[in-house]
Design a protein around this ligand. Structure first.
Ligand SMILES: Cc1cc2nc3c(=O)[nH]c(=O)nc-3n(C[C@H](O)[C@H](O)[C@H](O)COP(=O)(O)OP(=O)(O)OC[C@H]3O[C@@H](n4cnc5c(N)ncnc54)[C@H](O)[C@@H]3O)c2cc1C
Length: 464
């Protein structure tokens, strides 16, 4: 039942009854927006509208985080025309907008991961490479990722959110829809790679997915990170993660002795370079990655906590007397979103047994890392995975290929796996390696005019 009708973009008389009006910022005209409001006012049915096609490419990558950048670079270097869509104002995802500062599970990776580490280091970013990972400067990462993509001929569109997917009657994705300051736009491509972290593209295409663990789909907590300055690395050396193995408990003790109770009980302080540090000491529990209001509330809480903790540390005086926040992350760090169902699902048993697979795209070696799911820890979930142990395991190519639609690959934290396996392969060394494989496979499948699921990664790897 329709009780009111709204229209756009017709220009209408300002006194037209029943129209919701807004001033056109460009012309000053009064516009009507098309749509139909339900009689109870709880929903609005949008009218059909024509959306301009603004891009056509061989491969379209959604999300410019570690996985997406690697996918775009690999596809472009394999000869494909590539469109990269990113909602943030920079490339890098959690690496940059999330101010992460540490790359894990990179030392056993070749290809683009090694290239990026070298490029970050050449710009003065890298201060520590060890088995624990590599520290980098997020600002350096932003610049390097943009430069490499531009150099490879990747077309980049920032500030643009993917909001829909269009399939043909063979269940093959043929286009995606975005929203941005340029309005609603359509992008055509032959192959698509979902590197959105949360699996947005695959979900819009109707793919099945899993979220979190248990009946409540409980996810790992989100965390807001920040950059700090005003302390001397030598004076606070015992508290720096990379230089002292007891740094986390020591920093927690210092905080607690001074009345600070951080929501993340393993506060992690890193020295990047030149007196710039990063700090992770916040956990936001039970926040859905698909609830914008819940993420907003968590962001506000987390930023306030970070400032309060820094104020508390500064009040200790001594080495901490001049501690200050340089920046808090623009994007709260999301550890878990959708895990899209692929043609293989990486499982806890694969991790426990150290899976070897003929279509391995990379080997993941980072341990299972399930952060506390709530303030009482992980008591509410089955802990049996802990006794199974962990050995380095292969990520098979079919785990990157969507099960339910054709022409779609996934990489990074939204690839196909279970809750426990995800807690290991979600780190960025593996995001880059899986992104590189997905991008290359997408390009090769275009060149050979076959679907990604018809490729055998073992054969492609031999051709390299
Ligand atoms: C707090 C925290 C600490 C972590 N610590 C470490 C660590 O120390 N070392 C490590 O290696 N890993 C760590 N991780 C894990 C790692 O950062 C992520 O799992 C990794 O970034 C995954 O890479 P990705 O490219 O799949 O996703 P992301 O980095 O999340 O990138 C996804 C990108 O897609 C974009 N996007 C999302 N939806 C859309 C859309 N609809 N349209 C357009 N663009 C979209 C996002 O803006 C983002 O840029 C941590 C994660 C968190 C949250």
């Amino acid at each position: 039942m329709v009780s009111a009708s709204l229209a756009y973009p017709e220009t209408v008389a300002a006194d037209d009854p029943g129209a919701a009006r807004m001033a056109n910022p460009l012309t000053g005209d009064v516009l009507r927006t098309q749509g139909a409001l339900s009689s109870d006012g709880t929903s609005l049915l949008e009218s059909t509208r024509s959306v301009p096609v603004v891009g056509t490419s061989d491969v379209l990558v959604c999300g410019g985080g570690p996985a997406g950048v690697a996918a775009a670079l690999a596809a472009a270097r394999a000869g494909a025309s590539v469109q990269l869509l990113e909602v943030a104002g920079c490339l890098g995802g959690v690496w940059t907008a999330g101010l992460l500062t540490k790359i894990l599970d990179a030392s056993n990776k070749s290809g683009i991961m090694q290239e990026l580490l070298k490029a970050f280091a050449e710009r003065g970013s890298q201060v520590a490479v060890d088995t624990q990972g590599t520290v980098y400067d997020p600002e350096v990462a932003k610049l390097v990722l943009e430069e490499l993509c531009v150099e490879a001929g990747v077309k980049i569109r920032l500030h643009t959110r993917l909001v829909g997917a269009v399939l043909n009657d063979q269940r093959q994705i043929v286009a995606v829809l975005t929203e941005s300051k340029s309005g609603r736009e359509a992008w055509l491509a032959q192959r698509f790679v979902d590197c959105s972290g949360d699996g947005d593209l695959a979900a819009h295409a109707g793919c099945q997915f899993d979220v979190g663990i248990g009946a409540e789909c409980t996810c790992q907590p989100m965390s807001m990170l920040g950059l700090l300055t005003g302390i001397d690395p030598e004076e606070v050396r015992p508290y720096i993660r990379e230089t002292a193995s007891s740094a986390k408990p020591l920093l927690l003790k210092l905080m607690e002795e001074n009345g600070i109770q951080p929501s993340y009980r393993g506060p992690t302080l890193r020295h990047l370079h030149s007196g710039i540090f990063s700090l992770m000491t916040n956990h936001e529990y039970g926040v859905s990655a698909f609830d914008a209001q819940a993420i907003t509330d968590a962001t506000i809480r987390a930023r306030r906590e970070l400032h309060e903790i820094v104020n508390g540390l500064r009040s200790i005086g001594g080495a901490w007397a001049n501690l200050a926040i340089v920046a808090t992350a623009e994007q709260i760090g999301v550890r878990e979103g959708r895990r899209i169902r692929g043609r293989y699902m990486v499982s806890v048993d694969d991790v426990a047994q150290g899976l070897r697979h003929e279509q391995a795209v990379c080997r993941a070696a980072f341990p299972i890392d399930v952060h506390a799911l709530g303030t009482s820890g992980n008591k509410e979930i089955d802990q049996s995975f802990k006794s199974k142990g962990m050995q380095p395991y292969d990520i098979p190519y079919p785990a990157l290929v969507a099960a339910d639609v054709d022409g779609l690959l996934m990489a990074g934290r939204c690839l196909s796996g279970d809750f426990v396996a995800h807690s290991s392969y979600r780190v960025t060394g593996d995001a880059v390696a899986t992104g590189e494989a997905a991008g290359r496979a997408a390009a090769i499948s275009v060149e050979r005019q076959i679907m990604p699921h018809e490729l055998h990664w073992g054969e492609i790897a031999k051709e390299a």
